[in-house]
Design a protein around this ligand. Structure first.
Ligand code: URA
Length: 435
């Protein structure tokens, strides 16, 4: 029997739990014998006192083992990729078809957007008919048959993770590196993949604003995955500006298709090539990032990656016309348009991703609380990106919206997102480092 009060006091005083205590605690939380107020007190103690690496492994294992698990055949290499979340981040839609078209199986579990960040499941929901809540058997069969599947998390996988996340969300204990890392890795372990690439973002449009916090998170994620004998790599990537030219759910599917056809914005294309290369590296398909980038580029140029995207969508019962796939027709966009113009001539020195993410949410394209409905057709088109020249009165962004209610606020957020200076800024690296 766990003495829950002594357990909380132990962490409050910075002492170390053993693995049996942690297992009993997680079990007690899930069977209702530990009340929420004591769980919340423990979470806050962890927020201030942290978990050492043994505690982190025990807690992650207890979360991962709390429900069903997806199991692929032994010895099968299966990858998953995880982004810590950003604005305009449509990389999953591009990287999964690229890498799986090269023969590397990917079992991708994704989430919905929350706050100012978007989620892959919302973006894909803009494709009519698509099925995004696959049963474990369907998920496994699809990966075996076509080499990839994308599904929302089933509540049956790592249910304790969802339970703890909901409490963290309302107790100010989300931004804790051990709690974030255990949350992410436990879901990945339950999802059946055995090699992981983490895209850990830093900057104003990321969950972690400071680079050193992101480095600590990236190192913790990779170390934790390795403690479970899973190969892992993390890319530390810049989220100070939105990725690509489009932010908004259906518009981002459109932009992902542009990149898969060999077009699309350079920042998005480059990040996707790097993420694909990291996945090929971790799958032992290439020996260097450069070789991986070249393979990924070839998958795009040959049309293989786009064909794989089409297959993935069709397999999940989505209906995308050939005209949309070919870029001859657009994904649905909200019908009303407003523009944000520059009040001076100069160069764009910054485009604040957080403001753009918040503006999309104001327009109804993002949610404040889990479960809220969102408008998948609202979008922000960035006509100017950092370093671009702009004339006075020239449009910098275009907003596609349906509802005028929060339009003024959204326009102000976007106006404030842009900084126009005398000279273009020096280049910032998109991929800062690989961990
Ligand atoms: N993403 C997750 O999956 N979990 C967290 O705790 C934070 C971000």
């Amino acid at each position: 029997m766990l003495d829950i009060l002594a357990f909380i006091e132990q962490k409050r005083d910075g002492k170390v739990h053993d693995s049996i205590q942690i297992e009993n605690f997680v079990r007690g939380c899930m069977d209702g014998s530990v009340p929420d107020y004591q769980i919340a007190a423990w979470l806050m103690a962890v927020y201030f006192r942290s978990l050492n690496s043994e505690e982190l492994i025990s807690f992650t294992r207890a979360l991962a083992d709390s429900g069903d698990k997806i199991v692929f055949p032994e010895d099968m290499v299966v990858l998953d990729k995880h982004s810590t979340g950003g604005v305009g981040d449509k990389t999953t839609l591009i990287v999964i078809p690229i890498v799986s078209s090269l023969g590397v199986p990917i079992a991708k579990l994704s989430g919905r957007g929350l706050g100012f960040t978007g989620g892959t499941i919302d973006k894909l929901s803009s494709i009519p008919g698509i099925s995004l809540q696959l049963e474990a058997r369907e998920f496994i069969n699809q990966v075996m048959e076509i080499g990839c599947a994308i599904s929302g998390h089933s509540k049956a996988l790592a249910p304790a993770e969802g339970f703890f996340y909901a409490l963290r969300d309302v107790t100010g204990t989300v931004p804790s590196i051990p709690l974030i890392a255990s949350s992410i890795v436990s879901k990945k372990l339950a999802g059946g993949a055995n090699r992981f690439v983490f895209d850990v973002k830093f900057g104003n449009g990321a969950f972690m604003k400071k680079k050193d916090e992101s480095i600590a998170l990236a190192e913790t994620l990779v170390g934790l995955a390795k403690a479970f004998d899973k190969k892992a790599l993390a890319l530390l990537t810049n989220m100070n500006a939105p990725l690509g030219r489009w932010v908004g759910n259906s518009a981002e599917v459109q932009e992902a298709l542009d990149v898969l056809r060999g077009d699309g914005p350079q920042d998005t294309r480059n990040l996707c090539l790097s993420l694909s290369a990291a996945m090929l590296l971790i799958a032992d398909r290439v020996k260097t990032m450069e070789e991986g980038i070249a393979c990924a580029q070839k998958a795009i140029e040959s049309g293989k990656a786009l064909r794989q995207f089409k297959k993935l969508i069709e397999f999940q019962k989505g209906r995308l016309s050939d005209a949309v796939l070919a870029g001859e027709e657009m994904m649905p966009l909200a019908g009303k348009i407003a523009e944000v113009k520059s009040d001076r001539e100069g160069y764009i020195t910054a485009c604040n991703a957080l403001n753009v993410g918040l503006a999309l949410r104001k327009l109804g394209g993002g949610r404040m609380k889990k479960g809220e409905n969102i408008d998948l057709t609202v979008a922000i088109e960035l006509l100017k990106k950092t370093k671009d020249h702009v004339d006075a009165k020239e449009p910098m962004a275009r907003i596609y919206f349906n509802n005028e209610n929060s339009l003024e606020e959204a326009l102000n957020l976007i106006r404030d997102a842009f900084v126009v200076g005398e000279a273009p800024p020096s280049s910032e690296l998109l991929v800062e480092r690989i961990i």
